[in-house]
Design a protein around this ligand. Structure first.
Ligand SMILES: O=P(O)(O)OC[C@H]1O[C@H](O[C@H]2O[C@H](CO)[C@@H](O)[C@H](O)[C@H]2O)[C@H](O)[C@@H](O)[C@@H]1O
Length: 595
């Protein structure tokens, strides 16, 4: 184990021996010495945002909170199939509530459309491709370079400003995507995901012995594209244009479009789990005000100042945040008092019609969400919801936010997929960051010197050995199993309950026209198929089939999802999820049953 040199300085890497609460973790410090740290002692440095919530909020009083959220690993658990990283309905409700109280943005490495498909909330700002593709209601003057900002109309005809600073790289991105698809074909388990302004090469399912070959292939493709950079996320290589723009810049841009860029009373909060989120943490720290919160179940080196263990804790944190708001701003209370204003954003989901590009003065339009700029309740003199402690102290009766929820709890309950960033997986990630020096070439983030491999071999190999190797026959079997409709009544029930309360369950068939070029992989291919009927199941339907149901349903949803995924993706020659086979399935079932 040795010191790891990374862009921007020396990194302090930590290796988890056990991430169980209170158990020690082996950490490697800058001087190369191994030290044992426990999660508890790490929490002293990066306190839980739940434990310190009251202090955080007392500092936030009088400040205008703006909430920024990462998607994968923050709002949804890390799962095997990137196409199935659904967020739970409870999480959706929490984000929705937060978004009605504070300006809220989701900044993801994914293609922006895809994030919207997962989240399905209209009153949230979306930034995809690690911030290289931002949709906001207003243009920024500070970043007012009109060649990067375009006004488009969303599906409801509202104007949306797209900020896309890497547009000129799109033709090269297409070429890289094609080359990566071609070159990595022979690596079993490799999957290339098109995220519009960046590309992800997933290796979660690649055999350890193939990893170095994959890495070399990726690097060799990139040799021809010196103006692109390579970074690493959770079992994924991330390739994007080498421009000075990241999630931190996206955060600043969004604050600016909100007219809050240089306000001194703004308190940005950013919750994220991955390395690219560190850029946003840094920005918040450099602003000297705000809450950078890392989602991690093991000790990690981070610029964040606070921590949450997993998406479940993120949800609890968001719910507590909502409870701090003045009662009359809480959305469900509109059910009691319909005269209260409905705070609604435009969809932020532009259609393909680019109207024109021009500068809009920031305050020339009505701010639909101006209520959100109110600071925390104490200064406003609104009645507030109290913390448990306050309630006891004041003898206030508990206010249940649940009773007013539109969504019923039982049938619509979403079971989160089992997180793959469990202790074991995280452990192996960090172990391998210590192990490898190979990941160096033009890797810009804090990952540049690790290949992140050699992870829990036994775990994956065991799984892979259990699965069949013949993808084609598995595709066939899976297709056959698609027609197994034993769970139809449950699915219908879930669909009905979902449809009845979801204001945003839009059954539109998106054009995918924002993808320049053609055939960019599984997401765009799915869209090209247009209608969401037949075998091309929509996110919505798959959610209905799986996540909204109980565990066994959720389980069969996964398998079908994989089958479909595999067959769609087979066009690109891989279909990694196909090779996962029923055995994994069974293992999950056992797990679910044993839960
Ligand atoms: O910025 P984020 O929203 O966190 O996106 C980062 C990457 O997330 C996705 O990959 C990760 O999540 C997958 C689903 O849980 C998981 O299978 C994969 O191993 C993770 O790396 C997404 O697929 C990538 O394109 C994003 O770059």
């Amino acid at each position: 184990m040795r010191k790891k040199s990374v862009a921007g300085g020396t990194e302090f890497l930590e290796l988890s021996i056990s991430s169980l609460m209170g158990r020690p973790h082996l950490s490697v410090s800058e001087n190369g010495n191994a030290v044992l740290v426990s999660y508890n002692s790490w929490l002293m440095k990066k306190p839980s945002a739940l434990d310190t919530f009251d202090q955080m909020m007392s500092i936030a009083k009088g400040k205008r909170i703006v909430v920024f959220l990462d998607y994968d690993g923050t709002l949804s658990n890390i799962v095997d199939n990137p196409d199935e990283a659904f967020m739970t309905s409870k999480m959706r409700m929490a984000v929705s509530d937060v978004a009605r109280c504070f300006p809220t943005a989701i900044i993801s490495g994914r293609n922006r459309d895809k994030v919207y498909d997962f989240v399905e909330l209209d009153d949230v700002y979306y930034a995809g491709s690690h911030g290289l593709d931002i949709a906001a209601p207003l243009q920024s003057l500070k970043y007012g370079d009109s060649k990067h900002q375009t006004i488009v109309a969303d599906e409801k005809g509202n104007e949306v400003v797209l900020f896309q600073p890497a547009k000129k790289y799109l033709p090269a991105i297409q070429k890289i995507f094609k080359a990566l698809n071609e070159e990595t074909k022979r690596i079993k388990g490799a999957m290339v995901e098109h995220n519009k302004f960046c590309i992800s090469v997933h290796y979660r399912h690649v055999h350890d012995e193939d990893f170095c070959t994959l890495e070399k292939l990726v690097k060799s493709v990139l040799k021809g594209y010196q103006d692109f950079r390579l970074a690493k996320g959770k079992k994924v290589f991330e390739i994007r244009p080498d421009i000075e723009w990241d999630k931190g810049h996206a955060l600043e841009y969004l604050l600016d479009t909100l007219g809050l860029g240089s306000s001194t009373d703004v308190l940005p909060m950013y919750i994220g789990d991955d390395r690219t989120d560190e850029d946003a943490f840094k920005v918040i720290r450099s602003r000297g005000q705000g809450y950078p919160i890392l989602v991690s179940s093991i000790p990690k080196d981070t610029m964040a100042l606070y921590s949450l263990r997993n998406p479940a804790e993120v949800k609890n944190f968001l719910l507590r945040l909502v409870r701090c708001m003045p009662v009359n701003l809480l959305p469900h209370l509109r059910l009691l008092n319909p005269s209260l204003p409905v705070i609604r954003f435009s969809t932020m989901k532009p259609n393909s019609l680019v109207k024109q590009s021009r500068v809009i003065p920031i305050f020339s339009r009505i701010f639909p969400h101006k209520l959100k700029y109110q600071s925390l309740s104490k200064n406003l003199g609104f009645p507030t919801l109290h913390t448990e402690q306050q309630r006891q102290h004041l003898g206030v009766r508990r206010f249940s936010t649940r009773s007013f929820r539109g969504r019923s709890s039982s049938n619509s309950e979403v079971r989160a997929s089992k997180s793959l960033i469990d202790d074991e997986a995280e452990l192996s990630d960090w172990v391998n960051e210590l192990k490898s020096d190979s990941f160096r070439t033009r890797v810009y983030s804090d990952d540049d010197n690790d290949s992140g491999r050699g992870r829990s071999n036994d775990r994956r190999r065991g799984r892979d050995e259990r699965v069949g190797r013949d993808s084609a026959s598995l595709v066939k079997r899976r297709r056959e199993s698609d027609s197994d409709d034993s769970s139809a009544p449950n699915r219908r029930r879930a669909r009905d309950s979902f449809a009845s309360f979801s204001p945003n369950s839009r059954s539109k068939a998106r054009s995918g026209s924002e993808f320049e070029g053609k055939g960019e992989g599984f997401m765009s291919r799915r869209r090209e198929n247009g209608s969401r009927s037949g075998k091309n199941l929509s996110m919505e339907k798959r959610r209905e089939r799986g996540s909204e149901l109980g565990s066994s349903e959720s389980f069969s949803r996964n398998s079908r999802g994989k089958a479909r995924f595999g067959s769609e993706f087979n066009g690109a020659g891989r279909g990694i999820y196909v090779s996962e086979g029923r055995e994994w399935f069974t293992r999950r079932e056992e797990f679910v049953n044993g839960e």
